[in-house]
Design a protein around this ligand. Structure first.
Ligand code: AMP
Ligand code: ZN
Length: 466
């Protein structure tokens, strides 16, 4: 498999430590609010990665944390504690907030066919592991105590700027957003490993430690949980691009200082989903959730399909118009498959299956090219082979795509309308083939009068009912 590695900024051949077994760590949600569909784009990418690796024959052990403590509202370890913010907003305890939004997160994942990782661990459950690590970091002089808090000294880390590719001088200029905290640090980008000097009187989650009662910094949780469950050598670590700095940068610094050797070989990052106003954020107040899409009549899997149409390393802009187009393409696709399912004939053609599985594997191996995976799917629909064979291939693709391609649609589909549109589209395509553009235009206009807008794309003609 060839995959883009943020660490080397290159597409590389993926070689796991242990030939057939892959360890995969994916940063989990901060459970102070619902996940927005941007967050879920990252989890869809990671789900495809996990299932894609399995399709290639690897056994994947995946671990994810649930951030229920320590994540500040600013990524530079400053600002308010996100969990406390949620608790105050909803007049609940941080534990109630964490439980509620953890459940909501997994409900959303289920709706999007995102598989639950083999291991899921709450940040608040591994305090002993962080204490063990911090003790060693202090002993070996990677960390220091200042004003009751323990900080990691980034000047001691090897290649601190490799992952982010940032220029240290620029960073220092930008680092002045919490002078209060910075004055206790040797370098403004040193980060907290353990806080006893909480700025929050109502800090609910607190534990005893050799440095006093307090709580861990945000970054140590992922290093601790990953090393604990996946061992000292990690194959792949993922997250969204916003995690590259400082979160993943700091994870590398403290993990490699603690272990005394290289930790993770491949760092994969999903690009953001943006809305028309720019960056999507949970703290903005109003934000797009899976439930909101459902309330507008969309099957959540339409959103998964929408995400799979573009590559995980490209930014994606969300709009209802774009989702509507994806919805029509998805419905049309499922209808085609339904017809195949209802008309199976003949025996499985093993040779064709081999060819198509190889093509699909190549798409996975091509830096997880999901739109190419969808192209394989469209190709088999058009292939001159019996429906039994087509169905077998579709079933195998859906192990990765997870679009419920063989399940009948749960949402109401106006089959009569769909049939009519498909007939007209077909007629128009034939007219175009015959260079009868007058007729083709006439069909398009007639459809438009019925509020059916058609568009020609690489995947064929798609339509939108307004
Ligand atoms: P959080 O719950 O804020 O810790 O974020 C959960 C995951 O979502 C992380 O991997 C982030 O990198 C990712 N993420 C945050 N914002 C976006 C976005 N707009 N688009 C895609 N992924 C995002
Ligand atoms: Zn993390």
């Amino acid at each position: 498999m060839r995959i883009y590695n943020t660490l080397t900024k290159k597409i590389e051949e993926f070689i796991p430590y242990d030939k057939n077994n892959v360890t995969l760590y994916t940063c989990g949600p901060t459970v102070y609010h619902f996940a927005h569909i941007g967050n879920l784009r990252t989890y869809i990418f990671e789900d495809i990665l996990e299932k894609g690796l399995e399709y290639l024959g690897y056994k994947v052990k995946r671990c994810m944390n649930i951030t229920d403590v320590g994540h500040m509202s600013s990524d530079a370890d400053t600002g308010e504690d996100k969990m406390i913010k949620g608790a105050i907003r909803e007049n609940k305890t941080v534990y109630e907030i964490a439980d509620f939004y953890t459940k909501a997160f997994f409900d959303d994942c289920k709706k999007l066919n995102i598989q639950r990782p083999t291991i899921v661990e709450k940040a608040s459950e591994q305090i002993d592991m962080y204490i063990k690590m911090i003790k060693k970091l202090l002993k070996e002089d990677y960390a220091y105590i200042s004003n009751g808090n323990v900080y990691f000294d980034i000047s001691k880390a090897k290649n601190y700027y490799q992952l982010s590719g940032k220029n240290p001088d620029e960073l220092i200029i930008g680092a002045r957003d919490d002078v209060e905290l910075d004055k206790y640090k040797r370098n403004p980008y040193d980060f907290g490993l353990w806080f006893t000097d909480s700025k929050f009187e109502n800090q609910a989650m607190r534990w005893d430690s050799p440095w006093g009662i307090g709580y861990p910094g945000w970054h140590i949780e992922c290093s601790g949980i990953s090393i604990k469950y996946l061992g000292e050598h990690l194959d792949i670590h993922c997250g969204g691009v916003d995690n590259i700095f400082p979160h993943h940068t700091n994870e590398i610094a403290q993990s490699e200082a603690y272990l005394g050797h290289k930790w993770c070989n491949y760092w994969l990052h999903g690009e953001h989903l943006n809305d028309a106003t720019g960056k999507m954020s949970k703290s903005k107040g109003e934000f797009l959730t899976v439930s909101l899409l459902e309330s507008k009549g969309y099957d959540p899997l339409t959103y998964r399909f929408f995400c799979l149409q573009s590559h995980y390393r490209n930014q994606l802009v969300f709009s209802y118009d774009a989702l509507e187009i994806a919805n029509n393409t998805y419905v049309k696709l499922k209808n085609k498959i339904k017809k195949i399912k209802e008309n199976t004939n003949g025996d499985v053609d093993k040779k064709v299956i081999d060819i198509y599985q190889t093509k699909f594997k190549e798409a996975i191996e091509n830096d997880l090219n999901t739109s190419l995976m969808l192209t394989c799917l469209y190709d088999i629909l058009k292939e001159n082979v019996n429906n039994t064979t087509k169905l077998e291939i579709i079933k195998s693709y859906d192990q990765v795509l997870s679009l419920d391609l063989l399940k009948d649609k749960t949402k109401e589909v106006n089959q009569e309308l769909v049939n009519y549109i498909e007939e007209q589209v077909e007629k128009r395509n034939l007219a175009k083939q015959d260079k009868n553009y007058e007729l083709a235009d006439k069909i398009r206009k007639e459809l438009e009068e019925k509020n059916i807008i058609i568009k020609d794309t690489r995947e064929g003609t798609i339509y939108e009912v307004r």
